[in-house]
Ligand binder design. Structure first.
Ligand code: RRO
Length: 308
């Protein structure tokens, strides 16, 4: 019997396909298309302490094989989120990964304390890499010291055994170095990768297309960047679980991320074009793994690193 299940830190998932944070809200819209419990899990949109309207529009631009977004962390704030979204998700029988984002280290501490008491949460994704903040100095994951401070604050406040997954940015010179830092600060797993900072200029107005000027690039255009980052981090930290994401649109793409070292894969941008993308990718991946002779997902994780 093929074992499709996987683990991220101490959390087990029935299968390795999850949604990507920011691409499916809290899952309500997707639940009109398929039972959420058929996925490995739902990763909710990164939530901040206070309600936030996000950045000015336009916030999205299409690019070849990709999409540029500058949403700017729009959301209801943690209190309303825990009051409305989580109780609904808990009725769906799906594994829940809550994603949090802060403007300061203290924000992360408070967010962690608020999530600590919530039952039935599989893991906490700590987004320290949102590209759409007012200044790049606020991207915690771009500097080892700030990355460490944010994760330490979460670990101190969420308790010793709550699985923490730190979401990192590919826009750094040494992603394995940042990964090592956050793991020693208390992260059990890593989410790789957030979007890549980009810009599109409208040649008719001759100005940036996005009101926020820069945005996060996602979709197939960034898949090789994700595969590279996952490969480098798995090589440096082979025992640390990786939730991989970046331009996965079919089973073969998901397999690439797993072979590079991801234990689970999130589907994001593909869902905008096809709400059933994650479910289809899950079936495709299972068939491919079986066809290649693997007995479990775990056997395939990091396989590309083998010398033989
Ligand atoms: O909300 C956003 O603009 C956003 C976030 Br929090 C993130 O982590 N990555 C991204 O591309 N956009």
């Amino acid at each position: 019997m093929f074992d499709f299940s996987t683990t991220l830190g101490s959390s087990r998932f029935d299968n390795p396909i999850l949604t990507a944070s920011g691409c499916a809200g809290s899952g309500k819209e997707l639940s009109q298309f398929f039972p959420l419990a058929s996925l490995g899990g739902i990763v909710t949109k990164s939530i901040m302490l206070k309600p936030r309207s996000g950045r000015a529009t336009p916030r999205m631009a299409e690019t070849p094989s990709g999409m540029l977004n500058s949403i700017g962390l729009q959301g209801p704030g943690i209190d309303l989120f825990l009051e409305n979204d989580i109780p609904w998700l808990q009725t769906q029988g799906v594994r829940i990964v809550i994603s949090i984002a802060g403007e300061t280290v203290e924000d992360y501490a408070v967010l962690a304390r608020k999530v600590r008491g919530v039952s039935g949460v599989a893991a906490l994704e700590v987004n320290i890499s949102c590209p759409n903040v007012e200044n790049r100095g606020q991207v915690f994951a771009c500097h080892p010291e700030t990355a460490r401070a944010a994760i330490e604050a979460v670990r101190r406040n969420v308790g010793g055994d709550f699985p923490i997954i730190a979401k990192l940015s590919p826009d750094v010179t040494d992603i394995a170095g940042i990964a090592t830092e956050v793991v020693s600060a208390g992260a059990d797993g890593l989410a790789l990768i957030n979007t890549v900072l980009g810009m599109v200029i409208d040649t008719s107005t001759m100005r940036p297309k996005l009101a926020g000027k820069t945005g996060g690039l996602s979709g197939p255009a960034i898949r090789p960047v994700a595969v590279r980052a996952i490969y480098q981090v798995h090589q440096a930290l082979p025992h640390v679980s990786i939730l991989g994401m970046g331009g996965v649109s079919n089973g073969q793409d998901a397999l690439q991320l797993i072979l590079a070292g991801a234990s689970a894969v999130s589907v994001g941008t593909a869902t905008f074009g096809n709400p059933l993308a994650a479910v289809t990718i899950k079936s495709e991946l299972e068939a491919i793994l079986i066809n290649k002779g693997f007995n479990s997902t775990a056997e395939a994780v990091g396989y590309a690193h083998r010398a033989d």
